[in-house]
Ligand binder design. Structure first.
Ligand SMILES: C[S@@+](CC[C@H](N)C(=O)[O-])C[C@H]1O[C@@H](n2cnc3c(N)ncnc32)[C@H](O)[C@@H]1O
Length: 276
């Protein structure tokens, strides 16, 4: 069967996915630990398997029996990642449970995954294909599984991702904004990293547009905190934003510990386009 999807640019960079990987390791640790040999998929890892290896190390630190498969639609990229893996093993690093395979949205795997990370993959598709890919990927998850789909900049200073539960039966989805605060001018700078399903919705009348507008206003009001650092300003802005938006305020998805990292998470439903 032909893999579902298209070969696209393979751009990647070491550590560019560190912000989402930290979130995955911290916010989903309980679910990963509760499963036996949870399967995690890195869908569309690109020209080098470096971020798959990083995800592998992160999740194995919290769930030592987790298995990670890098899936790529480009067979050449799978051949080269598999060669790299063989070299690492020959050099003495066993990397148990790590593998690479050719595949797309149809998820040709021995069992349904607990987690799919798909980063910087759907942005290169038309919006309708991105919605369709969400549906297909969510229906391929294990019960209780999560699709983490998002976008970041070249070096991972700004990222936005959604975490969507398996269908049918899953709970509420989430959307997370994450930035290196030292290099952020305003919260709405994150608009350029919105997932494909939202990027064209940042226009008046759409919830995501109103949210970014309100976030910028909260940021402006928090300007007196600037002398104490960007982090204090962000904390003050997120706290005031919480009065009008359903910002997650408690662990594992919210609260000061996460906000301090330059993150803010809301229910996906709060920002989803009204028709969806
Ligand atoms: C820009 S790279 C992203 C690399 C890495 N995830 C990152 O964020 O650094 C996108 C990769 O996704 C792959 N891709 C696109 N559609 C895919 C699909 N349906 N299934 C698997 N891989 C896909 C492309 O071939 C490309 O290598």
């Amino acid at each position: 069967m032909r893999p579902d999807g298209e070969i696209t640019r393979g751009t990647t960079n070491p550590s560019r996915l560190r912000r989402v990987d930290r979130w995955i390791a911290q916010a989903t640790a309980g679910a990963l630990r509760a499963a036996t040999r949870p399967l995690i998929v890195d869908l569309g890892y690109g020209a080098s398997p470096v971020t798959t290896l990083e995800l592998y190390r992160r999740v194995r630190a919290v769930a030592p029996d987790a298995e990670v498969t890098g899936l790529e639609i480009d067979p050449g990229r799978v051949a080269s990642a598999s060669r790299r893996l063989a070299e690492l093993r020959a050099a003495g690093d066993d990397l148990p449970g790590l593998s690479f395979a050719v595949g797309g949205f149809e998820l040709p795997l021995p069992r349904p995954p607990m987690l799919i990370r798909a980063f910087n993959v759907l942005r290169q598709y038309p919006e309708e294909r991105a919605w369709a890919a969400w549906s297909r990927l969510r229906s391929g998850l294990a019960d209780g599984g999560l699709l983490v789909e998002g976008t970041c900049d070249e070096i991972g200073r700004r990222a936005v991702w959604v975490a969507l539960p398996a269908v049918p039966g899953g709970g509420e989805g989430l959307i997370t904004f994450s930035a290196r605060l030292a290099s952020l001018e305003r919260p709405s700078d994150l608009a350029e990293r919105l997932p494909k399903t939202l990027i064209h919705r940042n226009v008046p009348g759409e919830p995501v547009h109103q949210f970014l507008l309100d976030f910028d206003r909260a940021w402006d009001r928090a300007a007196p905190y600037s002398p104490f650092g960007q982090r204090q300003r962000w904390l003050a802005a997120v706290t005031s934003l919480s009065a009008t938006w359903p910002v997650m305020g408690h662990p594992p998805f919210g609260g000061h510990r996460r906000w301090r990292l330059g993150e803010v998470t809301l229910p996906w439903g709060a920002l989803a386009p009204p028709a969806r």
